[in-house]
Design a protein around this ligand. Structure first.
Ligand code: G1P
Length: 298
């Protein structure tokens, strides 16, 4: 029998960062609100949640981030104007997501690390319910039903599930890295240890944690007892290591397309790829891009 507490209906999206990598754009606008084509990055996250059956998203925010909450609110003056102009498709889009996913927010107050940000969700999620965590810098292609897969693995096992990707060895210092062994299921690993941002020579593997987690409520108690670690911050990786010390946790390998939009180059690539895929923009954009690239000097 499946345990109902493992049914994942809530997600937590840490979004309190200052966005210094995108200054000056992020001086007055949250980095999560910078659009990729025509929708803010945070909307891709919330749409991913909706596709995975999550109907409750808690944003962990900070000062100057109110635009995110406004973005997901209904805006009746805009809806009336769109209706009067007969712009039904835009009207539908403005309403649709707000109807499917309820957005909540809580403030982090002091930036004490990712583990601390997730701990702020304790009151909203509770210690009995499983939940997903999505980090806003990682955007996965909408065709990938990856979060659904992670949720299914968690519902079956009850263990924390992290998303991992093979990264080049000179990049392991940017990630949490796992010690793992393959299981019988393709792309699913049993994780016995994790280390946050190891030096290349100390890394146990090149399987790096990317920004998707499905966690049992039990993690909150562990986080509350986790001392500051790397960078003097409370690390989610360290709390997961504590849980893996008791019993292995699980990693699911992501083999699809993922964009690191926290990085300027990643952001540009995401913009180009997503624009090319759009029915309305794609054909014209492709024609222009092909001509433009052909004219570039090698
Ligand atoms: C965080 C986590 C790290 C993980 C990474 C994925 O680091 O602490 O374990 O690998 O996200 O993007 P951050 O990128 O916030 O420094």
């Amino acid at each position: 029998m499946t345990d109902p507490s493992r049914t994942v209906r809530k997600a937590v999206v840490p979004a309190a960062g200052l966005g210094t990598r995108f200054l000056p754009a992020t001086k007055a606008i949250p980095k999560e609100m910078i659009p990729i084509v025509d929708r803010p990055a945070i909307q891709y996250m919330v749409e991913e949640c909706a596709r995975a059956g999550i109907d409750d998203v808690l944003l962990v925010t900070g000062m100057g981030k109110a635009a995110m909450e406004d973005h997901f609110d209904r805006r009746l003056d805009l809806e009336t104007a769109l209706e009067q102009k007969g712009k039904e498709d835009l009207l539908e889009e403005a309403i649709a997501l707000a109807d499917v996913v309820k957005i909540h927010s809580v403030r982090q107050g002091v930036p004490l690390g990712l583990g601390h940000a997730v701990l702020q969700a304790r009151g909203h999620v509770g210690d009995q319910a499983s939940f997903a965590v999505l980090l806003g810098d990682d955007i996965v292609h909408p065709d990938e039903a990856f979060l659904e897969r992670m949720i299914a693995v968690h519902e079956r096992t009850g263990r924390p599930v992290v998303a991992v990707m093979e990264v080049p060895e000179d990049q392991v210092h940017l990630y949490g890295v796992v010690t793992s062994t393959p299981t019988d299921e393709e792309g699913v690993f049993s994780v016995t240890d994790l280390v946050e941002k190891p030096a290349q020579e100390d890394a146990p593997s090149n399987l790096a944690v990317i920004g998707r987690y499905v966690l049992p409520g039990e993690i909150f108690g562990v986080l509350a007892d986790t001392p500051p670690g790397r960078g003097d911050e409370i690390q989610l990786t360290d709390a997961l290591k504590t849980m893996a010390d008791d019993e292995p946790i699980i990693a699911v390998r992501f083999d699809g397309i993922r964009h690191d939009v926290g990085d300027k180059l990643g952001f540009l690539k995401a913009t180009v790829m997503m624009a090319l895929e759009r029915d309305d923009l794609g054909p014209d954009f492709r024609a222009w891009l092909t001509e433009h690239v052909a004219g570039l000097e090698a």
